[in-house]
Design a binder for this molecule. Structure first.
Ligand code: NAP
Length: 487
Protein backbone atom coordinates (compact mmCIF):
# COMPACT_ATOMS: atom_id res chain seq x y z
CA UNK A 1 0.00 0.00 0.00
CA UNK A 2 1.20 3.48 -0.82
CA UNK A 3 2.20 5.09 2.50
CA UNK A 4 1.82 8.64 1.26
CA UNK A 5 -1.64 8.03 -0.20
CA UNK A 6 -2.75 6.53 3.11
CA UNK A 7 -1.35 9.42 5.15
CA UNK A 8 -3.11 11.87 2.81
CA UNK A 9 -6.42 10.16 3.57
CA UNK A 10 -6.02 10.63 7.33
CA UNK A 11 -7.85 13.78 8.50
CA UNK A 12 -5.58 16.49 9.87
CA UNK A 13 -8.12 18.46 11.91
CA UNK A 14 -9.86 18.30 15.26
CA UNK A 15 -13.19 16.47 15.12
CA UNK A 16 -15.72 18.55 17.03
CA UNK A 17 -19.51 18.37 16.73
CA UNK A 18 -19.24 16.39 13.50
CA UNK A 19 -16.96 18.97 11.83
CA UNK A 20 -13.24 18.74 11.05
CA UNK A 21 -11.70 22.02 12.17
CA UNK A 22 -8.24 23.52 12.55
CA UNK A 23 -6.64 23.86 15.96
CA UNK A 24 -6.26 27.30 17.47
CA UNK A 25 -2.83 26.40 18.90
CA UNK A 26 -1.40 25.83 15.40
CA UNK A 27 -0.08 22.48 14.27
CA UNK A 28 1.48 19.35 15.68
CA UNK A 29 4.03 17.15 13.88
CA UNK A 30 3.94 13.37 13.82
CA UNK A 31 7.11 11.36 13.12
CA UNK A 32 7.98 7.81 12.08
CA UNK A 33 10.13 6.43 14.94
CA UNK A 34 11.90 4.05 12.53
CA UNK A 35 13.32 6.87 10.42
CA UNK A 36 12.78 10.05 12.40
CA UNK A 37 10.97 11.46 9.33
CA UNK A 38 8.01 13.80 9.62
CA UNK A 39 4.98 11.88 8.35
CA UNK A 40 2.10 14.30 8.90
CA UNK A 41 1.20 17.66 10.38
CA UNK A 42 -2.12 17.90 12.18
CA UNK A 43 -4.16 20.37 14.23
CA UNK A 44 -2.94 21.35 17.68
CA UNK A 45 -5.82 22.06 20.09
CA UNK A 46 -5.87 24.91 22.59
CA UNK A 47 -7.81 24.78 25.88
CA UNK A 48 -10.61 26.68 24.07
CA UNK A 49 -10.81 23.91 21.47
CA UNK A 50 -11.01 21.39 24.32
CA UNK A 51 -13.93 23.35 25.79
CA UNK A 52 -15.68 23.36 22.39
CA UNK A 53 -15.24 19.58 22.19
CA UNK A 54 -16.85 19.17 25.60
CA UNK A 55 -19.67 21.59 24.57
CA UNK A 56 -20.35 19.32 21.58
CA UNK A 57 -20.36 16.16 23.72
CA UNK A 58 -22.72 17.81 26.21
CA UNK A 59 -25.05 19.04 23.43
CA UNK A 60 -25.30 15.54 21.93
CA UNK A 61 -25.66 13.70 25.25
CA UNK A 62 -29.45 13.58 25.68
CA UNK A 63 -30.23 12.47 22.14
CA UNK A 64 -27.57 9.79 22.23
CA UNK A 65 -28.73 8.49 25.60
CA UNK A 66 -32.26 8.30 24.16
CA UNK A 67 -31.13 6.50 20.99
CA UNK A 68 -32.38 2.90 21.17
CA UNK A 69 -29.69 0.51 22.37
CA UNK A 70 -30.16 -1.57 19.22
CA UNK A 71 -29.43 1.49 17.06
CA UNK A 72 -26.31 2.27 19.12
CA UNK A 73 -25.18 -1.33 18.81
CA UNK A 74 -25.76 -1.38 15.06
CA UNK A 75 -23.52 1.64 14.55
CA UNK A 76 -20.78 -0.13 16.50
CA UNK A 77 -21.33 -3.28 14.45
CA UNK A 78 -21.05 -1.26 11.21
CA UNK A 79 -17.84 0.21 12.57
CA UNK A 80 -16.56 -3.32 13.21
CA UNK A 81 -17.36 -4.30 9.60
CA UNK A 82 -15.73 -1.17 8.18
CA UNK A 83 -12.63 -1.82 10.28
CA UNK A 84 -12.29 -5.26 8.71
CA UNK A 85 -12.50 -3.66 5.25
CA UNK A 86 -9.87 -1.07 6.20
CA UNK A 87 -7.73 -3.51 8.19
CA UNK A 88 -4.59 -3.07 6.06
CA UNK A 89 -4.83 0.71 6.20
CA UNK A 90 -5.14 0.80 9.99
CA UNK A 91 -2.30 -1.70 10.39
CA UNK A 92 0.04 0.32 8.19
CA UNK A 93 -0.91 3.58 9.88
CA UNK A 94 -0.05 2.17 13.31
CA UNK A 95 3.26 0.84 12.03
CA UNK A 96 4.09 4.23 10.56
CA UNK A 97 3.34 6.31 13.63
CA UNK A 98 4.20 3.84 16.40
CA UNK A 99 6.74 1.46 14.87
CA UNK A 100 5.33 -1.99 15.66
CA UNK A 101 5.86 -4.69 13.00
CA UNK A 102 3.06 -4.84 10.45
CA UNK A 103 1.92 -8.33 11.48
CA UNK A 104 1.52 -7.15 15.07
CA UNK A 105 -0.30 -4.03 13.91
CA UNK A 106 -2.70 -6.28 12.04
CA UNK A 107 -3.13 -8.29 15.25
CA UNK A 108 -4.04 -5.07 17.00
CA UNK A 109 -6.71 -4.36 14.37
CA UNK A 110 -8.22 -7.75 15.23
CA UNK A 111 -7.99 -7.16 18.99
CA UNK A 112 -9.14 -3.54 18.81
CA UNK A 113 -12.00 -4.44 16.48
CA UNK A 114 -13.32 -7.06 18.88
CA UNK A 115 -14.27 -4.31 21.34
CA UNK A 116 -16.57 -2.86 18.69
CA UNK A 117 -18.20 -6.23 18.09
CA UNK A 118 -18.38 -7.18 21.78
CA UNK A 119 -19.94 -3.88 22.89
CA UNK A 120 -22.29 -3.78 19.88
CA UNK A 121 -23.69 -6.94 21.49
CA UNK A 122 -23.57 -5.59 25.06
CA UNK A 123 -25.48 -2.40 24.15
CA UNK A 124 -28.74 -4.38 24.13
CA UNK A 125 -28.02 -6.26 27.37
CA UNK A 126 -28.01 -3.38 29.84
CA UNK A 127 -30.19 -4.90 32.51
CA UNK A 128 -31.78 -3.89 35.82
CA UNK A 129 -33.62 -5.58 38.70
CA UNK A 130 -37.13 -5.48 40.08
CA UNK A 131 -38.15 -7.08 43.35
CA UNK A 132 -40.03 -6.90 46.62
CA UNK A 133 -38.22 -5.27 49.52
CA UNK A 134 -37.52 -7.55 52.52
CA UNK A 135 -40.30 -5.87 54.55
CA UNK A 136 -42.83 -6.55 51.79
CA UNK A 137 -43.94 -2.92 51.83
CA UNK A 138 -42.59 -1.84 48.47
CA UNK A 139 -40.97 -2.66 45.17
CA UNK A 140 -37.29 -2.00 44.57
CA UNK A 141 -36.26 -1.04 41.04
CA UNK A 142 -32.59 -0.95 40.13
CA UNK A 143 -31.88 0.62 36.75
CA UNK A 144 -28.76 1.54 34.76
CA UNK A 145 -28.24 4.89 33.05
CA UNK A 146 -25.49 6.41 30.92
CA UNK A 147 -23.01 8.25 33.11
CA UNK A 148 -22.99 11.26 30.78
CA UNK A 149 -20.22 13.03 28.84
CA UNK A 150 -16.86 11.26 29.17
CA UNK A 151 -13.26 12.30 28.62
CA UNK A 152 -11.09 9.46 27.30
CA UNK A 153 -7.29 9.78 27.34
CA UNK A 154 -5.27 7.09 25.53
CA UNK A 155 -1.54 6.21 25.30
CA UNK A 156 0.69 5.72 22.25
CA UNK A 157 1.53 2.03 22.57
CA UNK A 158 -1.74 0.54 21.22
CA UNK A 159 -3.15 3.45 19.21
CA UNK A 160 -6.28 1.63 18.02
CA UNK A 161 -7.10 -0.87 20.76
CA UNK A 162 -6.75 1.56 23.66
CA UNK A 163 -9.20 3.85 21.84
CA UNK A 164 -11.80 1.19 20.94
CA UNK A 165 -11.58 -0.35 24.43
CA UNK A 166 -12.95 2.94 25.81
CA UNK A 167 -15.01 4.34 22.93
CA UNK A 168 -17.03 1.17 22.24
CA UNK A 169 -18.37 0.63 25.80
CA UNK A 170 -18.99 4.36 26.27
CA UNK A 171 -21.06 4.62 23.08
CA UNK A 172 -22.83 1.32 23.80
CA UNK A 173 -23.83 2.63 27.22
CA UNK A 174 -25.25 5.82 25.69
CA UNK A 175 -22.46 8.22 26.65
CA UNK A 176 -20.94 10.89 24.42
CA UNK A 177 -17.19 11.33 24.48
CA UNK A 178 -14.20 13.58 23.96
CA UNK A 179 -11.12 11.52 23.07
CA UNK A 180 -7.54 12.71 23.45
CA UNK A 181 -4.93 10.41 21.91
CA UNK A 182 -1.21 10.73 22.70
CA UNK A 183 0.58 13.40 20.68
CA UNK A 184 3.09 10.77 19.49
CA UNK A 185 0.43 8.59 17.77
CA UNK A 186 -2.72 10.63 17.06
CA UNK A 187 -3.30 9.55 13.45
CA UNK A 188 -4.98 6.21 14.16
CA UNK A 189 -7.61 7.88 16.35
CA UNK A 190 -8.29 10.53 13.70
CA UNK A 191 -8.69 7.86 11.04
CA UNK A 192 -10.94 5.89 13.38
CA UNK A 193 -13.12 8.97 13.96
CA UNK A 194 -13.57 9.15 10.18
CA UNK A 195 -14.57 5.48 10.22
CA UNK A 196 -17.20 6.11 12.92
CA UNK A 197 -18.54 9.00 10.84
CA UNK A 198 -18.85 6.60 7.90
CA UNK A 199 -20.60 4.09 10.19
CA UNK A 200 -23.31 6.70 10.81
CA UNK A 201 -22.40 8.01 14.27
CA UNK A 202 -24.36 11.25 14.86
CA UNK A 203 -22.47 14.53 15.14
CA UNK A 204 -21.12 15.36 18.60
CA UNK A 205 -21.29 11.83 20.00
CA UNK A 206 -17.55 11.40 19.45
CA UNK A 207 -15.16 14.34 19.46
CA UNK A 208 -11.39 14.12 19.04
CA UNK A 209 -8.81 16.65 20.15
CA UNK A 210 -5.10 16.33 19.41
CA UNK A 211 -2.71 18.52 21.34
CA UNK A 212 0.95 19.11 22.11
CA UNK A 213 -0.01 20.45 25.55
CA UNK A 214 -2.05 17.64 27.08
CA UNK A 215 -1.99 18.97 30.64
CA UNK A 216 -3.11 22.48 29.67
CA UNK A 217 -5.93 21.25 27.44
CA UNK A 218 -7.12 18.42 29.72
CA UNK A 219 -7.15 20.39 32.97
CA UNK A 220 -10.17 22.61 32.16
CA UNK A 221 -12.13 19.67 30.70
CA UNK A 222 -11.60 17.65 33.90
CA UNK A 223 -12.54 20.68 36.02
CA UNK A 224 -15.77 21.30 34.06
CA UNK A 225 -18.78 20.20 36.15
CA UNK A 226 -20.58 19.00 33.01
CA UNK A 227 -18.01 16.21 32.58
CA UNK A 228 -19.16 13.02 34.30
CA UNK A 229 -16.39 10.53 33.69
CA UNK A 230 -12.66 10.36 33.07
CA UNK A 231 -11.16 7.20 31.65
CA UNK A 232 -7.38 7.15 31.34
CA UNK A 233 -4.84 4.65 30.10
CA UNK A 234 -1.20 5.54 30.62
CA UNK A 235 1.49 5.77 33.23
CA UNK A 236 0.81 5.54 36.94
CA UNK A 237 2.52 8.90 37.44
CA UNK A 238 0.14 10.78 35.12
CA UNK A 239 -2.82 8.72 36.36
CA UNK A 240 -2.11 9.78 39.93
CA UNK A 241 -2.05 13.44 38.94
CA UNK A 242 -5.32 13.07 36.98
CA UNK A 243 -6.95 11.37 39.97
CA UNK A 244 -6.08 14.40 42.08
CA UNK A 245 -7.68 16.70 39.51
CA UNK A 246 -10.73 14.43 39.23
CA UNK A 247 -11.21 14.49 42.99
CA UNK A 248 -12.23 18.17 42.86
CA UNK A 249 -15.57 17.29 41.25
CA UNK A 250 -15.64 13.73 42.63
CA UNK A 251 -15.54 12.61 39.01
CA UNK A 252 -16.00 8.95 38.20
CA UNK A 253 -12.72 7.52 36.94
CA UNK A 254 -11.29 4.44 35.30
CA UNK A 255 -7.51 4.14 35.46
CA UNK A 256 -5.55 1.62 33.39
CA UNK A 257 -2.02 2.29 34.59
CA UNK A 258 1.46 0.83 34.54
CA UNK A 259 2.58 -2.73 35.22
CA UNK A 260 5.61 -4.68 36.37
CA UNK A 261 4.50 -8.17 35.43
CA UNK A 262 6.23 -11.18 36.99
CA UNK A 263 6.67 -14.24 34.76
CA UNK A 264 7.22 -17.20 37.08
CA UNK A 265 8.67 -20.43 35.69
CA UNK A 266 8.56 -23.38 38.11
CA UNK A 267 10.93 -26.33 37.88
CA UNK A 268 8.09 -28.56 36.67
CA UNK A 269 7.05 -26.22 33.82
CA UNK A 270 6.92 -27.35 30.21
CA UNK A 271 9.96 -25.32 29.18
CA UNK A 272 9.02 -25.25 25.48
CA UNK A 273 5.69 -23.67 26.38
CA UNK A 274 7.33 -21.33 28.89
CA UNK A 275 9.81 -20.11 26.27
CA UNK A 276 7.03 -19.60 23.69
CA UNK A 277 5.03 -17.71 26.31
CA UNK A 278 8.06 -15.66 27.33
CA UNK A 279 8.73 -14.52 23.77
CA UNK A 280 5.15 -13.30 23.42
CA UNK A 281 4.86 -11.81 26.89
CA UNK A 282 8.16 -9.96 26.54
CA UNK A 283 8.72 -9.03 22.91
CA UNK A 284 5.19 -8.43 21.58
CA UNK A 285 4.81 -4.74 20.76
CA UNK A 286 8.62 -4.32 21.10
CA UNK A 287 8.18 -4.79 24.84
CA UNK A 288 6.11 -1.60 24.97
CA UNK A 289 3.02 -3.10 26.59
CA UNK A 290 1.61 -2.60 30.06
CA UNK A 291 1.17 -6.38 30.08
CA UNK A 292 4.80 -7.01 29.10
CA UNK A 293 6.59 -9.48 31.37
CA UNK A 294 9.07 -7.34 33.27
CA UNK A 295 10.67 -9.83 35.67
CA UNK A 296 11.35 -13.45 34.73
CA UNK A 297 11.42 -15.25 38.06
CA UNK A 298 12.78 -18.68 37.21
CA UNK A 299 13.46 -21.68 39.45
CA UNK A 300 17.19 -22.23 39.98
CA UNK A 301 17.03 -25.79 38.55
CA UNK A 302 15.83 -24.58 35.14
CA UNK A 303 17.12 -20.98 35.02
CA UNK A 304 20.22 -21.72 32.92
CA UNK A 305 18.32 -23.82 30.42
CA UNK A 306 15.51 -21.26 30.20
CA UNK A 307 18.08 -18.48 29.65
CA UNK A 308 19.87 -20.52 26.96
CA UNK A 309 16.64 -21.19 25.07
CA UNK A 310 15.28 -17.64 25.16
CA UNK A 311 18.70 -16.31 24.11
CA UNK A 312 18.68 -18.63 21.10
CA UNK A 313 15.21 -17.36 20.14
CA UNK A 314 16.20 -13.73 20.66
CA UNK A 315 19.24 -14.19 18.45
CA UNK A 316 16.85 -15.12 15.65
CA UNK A 317 14.84 -11.88 15.91
CA UNK A 318 15.15 -9.23 13.25
CA UNK A 319 15.32 -5.53 14.08
CA UNK A 320 14.12 -2.98 11.54
CA UNK A 321 11.33 -0.78 10.25
CA UNK A 322 8.04 -2.51 10.95
CA UNK A 323 6.99 -2.31 7.30
CA UNK A 324 9.86 -4.59 6.22
CA UNK A 325 9.22 -8.28 5.66
CA UNK A 326 10.41 -10.49 8.53
CA UNK A 327 11.02 -7.71 11.05
CA UNK A 328 10.03 -8.75 14.57
CA UNK A 329 11.43 -5.82 16.58
CA UNK A 330 10.61 -2.28 15.47
CA UNK A 331 11.95 0.96 16.91
CA UNK A 332 11.17 2.19 20.40
CA UNK A 333 8.81 5.14 20.46
CA UNK A 334 11.49 7.80 21.04
CA UNK A 335 15.05 8.41 22.21
CA UNK A 336 13.95 8.70 25.86
CA UNK A 337 12.68 5.11 25.68
CA UNK A 338 16.05 3.97 24.29
CA UNK A 339 17.90 5.85 27.02
CA UNK A 340 15.70 4.22 29.65
CA UNK A 341 16.34 0.68 28.38
CA UNK A 342 20.08 1.39 28.21
CA UNK A 343 20.15 2.82 31.74
CA UNK A 344 18.22 -0.13 33.20
CA UNK A 345 20.58 -2.65 31.60
CA UNK A 346 23.65 -0.65 32.72
CA UNK A 347 22.36 -0.55 36.30
CA UNK A 348 21.61 -4.30 36.31
CA UNK A 349 25.09 -5.09 34.99
CA UNK A 350 26.74 -2.76 37.51
CA UNK A 351 24.97 -4.74 40.26
CA UNK A 352 26.20 -8.10 38.98
CA UNK A 353 23.91 -9.22 36.11
CA UNK A 354 25.29 -10.69 32.86
CA UNK A 355 24.15 -9.79 29.35
CA UNK A 356 23.59 -12.96 27.30
CA UNK A 357 22.68 -11.16 24.09
CA UNK A 358 22.02 -7.61 22.90
CA UNK A 359 22.56 -4.91 25.48
CA UNK A 360 23.07 -1.87 23.31
CA UNK A 361 21.31 0.70 21.23
CA UNK A 362 21.37 0.40 17.45
CA UNK A 363 23.30 3.26 15.89
CA UNK A 364 21.93 5.07 12.83
CA UNK A 365 18.53 6.49 12.01
CA UNK A 366 15.49 5.73 14.15
CA UNK A 367 15.27 4.85 17.84
CA UNK A 368 16.18 1.18 18.06
CA UNK A 369 17.40 -0.95 20.96
CA UNK A 370 18.62 -4.51 20.46
CA UNK A 371 16.48 -7.32 21.85
CA UNK A 372 18.34 -8.25 25.01
CA UNK A 373 18.56 -10.98 27.63
CA UNK A 374 20.12 -10.27 31.04
CA UNK A 375 20.45 -12.97 33.66
CA UNK A 376 21.42 -13.25 37.32
CA UNK A 377 19.79 -9.89 37.97
CA UNK A 378 20.32 -8.98 41.61
CA UNK A 379 17.72 -7.81 44.12
CA UNK A 380 17.65 -4.02 44.32
CA UNK A 381 18.29 -3.51 40.58
CA UNK A 382 16.20 -0.77 38.97
CA UNK A 383 15.06 -3.17 36.25
CA UNK A 384 13.07 -5.12 38.85
CA UNK A 385 11.28 -1.99 40.11
CA UNK A 386 10.57 0.02 36.97
CA UNK A 387 8.55 -0.72 33.88
CA UNK A 388 11.19 -1.50 31.23
CA UNK A 389 8.90 -0.74 28.25
CA UNK A 390 11.46 -2.14 25.83
CA UNK A 391 12.81 -5.44 24.45
CA UNK A 392 14.83 -6.46 27.51
CA UNK A 393 14.23 -9.83 29.17
CA UNK A 394 15.63 -9.94 32.70
CA UNK A 395 15.99 -13.15 34.70
CA UNK A 396 16.18 -13.66 38.47
CA UNK A 397 16.37 -17.04 40.25
CA UNK A 398 14.29 -18.45 43.08
CA UNK A 399 14.35 -21.67 45.06
CA UNK A 400 10.99 -22.16 46.83
CA UNK A 401 7.36 -21.41 45.98
CA UNK A 402 7.19 -18.98 48.89
CA UNK A 403 10.20 -17.11 47.49
CA UNK A 404 8.57 -16.91 44.07
CA UNK A 405 5.37 -15.47 45.57
CA UNK A 406 7.26 -12.96 47.68
CA UNK A 407 9.36 -11.81 44.73
CA UNK A 408 6.36 -11.63 42.35
CA UNK A 409 4.35 -9.53 44.81
CA UNK A 410 7.28 -7.25 45.67
CA UNK A 411 6.06 -4.31 43.59
CA UNK A 412 3.54 -1.49 43.92
CA UNK A 413 2.01 -2.67 40.62
CA UNK A 414 -0.50 -5.49 40.12
CA UNK A 415 -1.70 -5.59 36.53
CA UNK A 416 -0.86 -9.05 35.21
CA UNK A 417 1.19 -12.09 36.21
CA UNK A 418 2.29 -15.13 34.24
CA UNK A 419 2.87 -18.53 35.80
CA UNK A 420 4.19 -21.68 34.15
CA UNK A 421 3.78 -24.98 35.98
CA UNK A 422 2.35 -28.42 35.20
CA UNK A 423 1.13 -28.81 38.78
CA UNK A 424 -2.56 -27.87 38.83
CA UNK A 425 -2.75 -27.37 42.60
CA UNK A 426 0.30 -25.11 42.51
CA UNK A 427 -1.28 -23.13 39.66
CA UNK A 428 -4.42 -22.70 41.74
CA UNK A 429 -2.38 -21.62 44.75
CA UNK A 430 -0.70 -18.98 42.59
CA UNK A 431 -4.09 -17.66 41.42
CA UNK A 432 -4.92 -17.07 45.07
CA UNK A 433 -1.54 -15.81 46.24
CA UNK A 434 -0.47 -13.39 43.50
CA UNK A 435 -1.58 -9.77 43.89
CA UNK A 436 -2.71 -9.22 40.34
CA UNK A 437 -5.73 -8.15 38.30
CA UNK A 438 -5.07 -10.73 35.60
CA UNK A 439 -3.13 -13.96 35.31
CA UNK A 440 -1.84 -16.08 32.45
CA UNK A 441 -1.52 -19.68 33.67
CA UNK A 442 0.69 -21.44 31.11
CA UNK A 443 -0.05 -18.74 28.49
CA UNK A 444 1.91 -15.64 27.50
CA UNK A 445 -0.91 -13.46 26.09
CA UNK A 446 -4.36 -13.19 27.58
CA UNK A 447 -6.06 -9.95 26.53
CA UNK A 448 -9.53 -10.50 25.10
CA UNK A 449 -12.48 -8.19 24.53
CA UNK A 450 -14.69 -10.67 26.39
CA UNK A 451 -12.53 -10.54 29.55
CA UNK A 452 -12.21 -7.86 32.24
CA UNK A 453 -8.86 -6.12 31.74
CA UNK A 454 -7.39 -4.16 34.63
CA UNK A 455 -5.16 -4.12 37.65
CA UNK A 456 -4.96 -3.97 41.42
CA UNK A 457 -2.64 -1.87 43.60
CA UNK A 458 -1.13 1.05 41.66
CA UNK A 459 -1.97 -0.52 38.30
CA UNK A 460 -5.34 1.10 38.38
CA UNK A 461 -9.05 1.23 39.04
CA UNK A 462 -11.88 -0.34 37.05
CA UNK A 463 -12.03 -2.86 34.23
CA UNK A 464 -12.22 -2.62 30.45
CA UNK A 465 -13.86 -5.31 28.32
CA UNK A 466 -15.89 -8.28 29.45
CA UNK A 467 -19.27 -8.02 31.15
CA UNK A 468 -17.70 -5.44 33.47
CA UNK A 469 -16.56 -3.01 30.76
CA UNK A 470 -19.87 -1.32 30.05
CA UNK A 471 -20.51 -0.70 33.75
CA UNK A 472 -17.65 1.80 33.79
CA UNK A 473 -20.00 4.00 31.72
CA UNK A 474 -23.27 3.32 33.54
CA UNK A 475 -24.56 4.63 36.82
CA UNK A 476 -26.90 2.64 39.00
CA UNK A 477 -30.19 4.15 40.17
CA UNK A 478 -32.33 2.66 42.91
CA UNK A 479 -36.04 3.53 43.04
CA UNK A 480 -38.54 2.44 45.71
CA UNK A 481 -42.27 2.34 44.99
CA UNK A 482 -45.04 1.41 47.44
CA UNK A 483 -46.44 -2.09 47.41
CA UNK A 484 -48.95 -2.00 44.52
CA UNK A 485 -51.42 -4.12 46.58
CA UNK A 486 -51.41 -1.59 49.40
CA UNK A 487 -49.63 -3.75 52.01
P1 NAP B 1 1.58 8.71 29.67
O1 NAP B 1 2.78 9.55 29.47
O2 NAP B 1 1.02 8.60 31.02
O3 NAP B 1 0.49 9.28 28.64
C1 NAP B 1 -0.76 8.69 28.47
C2 NAP B 1 -1.72 9.70 27.92
O4 NAP B 1 -1.86 10.76 28.87
C3 NAP B 1 -1.28 10.38 26.64
O5 NAP B 1 -2.41 10.66 25.86
C4 NAP B 1 -0.64 11.65 27.14
O6 NAP B 1 -0.64 12.65 26.16
C5 NAP B 1 -1.58 11.99 28.25
N1 NAP B 1 -1.03 12.89 29.27
C6 NAP B 1 0.25 13.00 29.70
N2 NAP B 1 0.31 13.95 30.66
C7 NAP B 1 -0.96 14.42 30.84
C8 NAP B 1 -1.54 15.39 31.68
N3 NAP B 1 -0.82 16.10 32.56
N4 NAP B 1 -2.86 15.63 31.59
C9 NAP B 1 -3.62 14.95 30.70
N5 NAP B 1 -3.12 14.00 29.87
C10 NAP B 1 -1.80 13.74 29.95
O7 NAP B 1 1.79 7.23 29.19
P2 NAP B 1 2.39 6.73 27.83
O8 NAP B 1 3.86 6.89 27.87
O9 NAP B 1 1.64 7.33 26.68
O10 NAP B 1 1.99 5.19 27.87
C11 NAP B 1 2.76 4.25 28.50
C12 NAP B 1 2.16 3.92 29.86
O11 NAP B 1 0.82 3.49 29.69
C13 NAP B 1 2.87 2.76 30.53
O12 NAP B 1 3.04 3.04 31.90
C14 NAP B 1 1.90 1.60 30.35
O13 NAP B 1 2.01 0.60 31.31
C15 NAP B 1 0.59 2.30 30.42
N6 NAP B 1 -0.44 1.51 29.78
C16 NAP B 1 -1.36 0.90 30.57
C17 NAP B 1 -2.34 0.10 30.01
C18 NAP B 1 -3.35 -0.57 30.86
O14 NAP B 1 -4.37 -0.98 30.32
N7 NAP B 1 -3.15 -0.72 32.16
C19 NAP B 1 -2.39 -0.06 28.63
C20 NAP B 1 -1.44 0.58 27.83
C21 NAP B 1 -0.47 1.37 28.44
P3 NAP B 1 0.75 13.22 25.57
O15 NAP B 1 1.64 12.04 25.42
O16 NAP B 1 0.35 13.81 24.29
O17 NAP B 1 1.25 14.20 26.56
Amino acid sequence: MDEKALLDRVPDGLFIGGEWTSGSAGTLSVYDPATGDLIKTIADASPEDGARALDAAVAAADDWAATPPRARGEILRRAFDLLQERRDEFALLMTLEMGKPLAEASGEVTYGGEFLRWFSEEAVRIAGRYGTNPEGTGRMIVSQHPVGPCFLITPWNFPLAMATRKIAPALAAGCTVVVKPAALTPLTTLYFARLLEDAGLPAGVLNVITTSTSGKVSGPIIADPRLRKLSFTGSTEVGRSLLKQASENVLRTSMELGGNAPFVVFEDADLDKAVDGAMLAKFRNIGEACTAANRFIVHEDVADEFARRVTERVNGMRVGRGTEEGVTIGPLIDSDAVDKAAALVADAVARGASVLTGGSRVEGQGTFYQPTVVTDVQAGSDILRQEIFGPVLSIVRFSTEDDAVRMANDTEFGLVSYVFTKDLARGQRMIERLQTGMMGLNVGVLSNAAAPFGGVKQSGLGREGGLEGIHEYLSTKYTLTPDPFGA
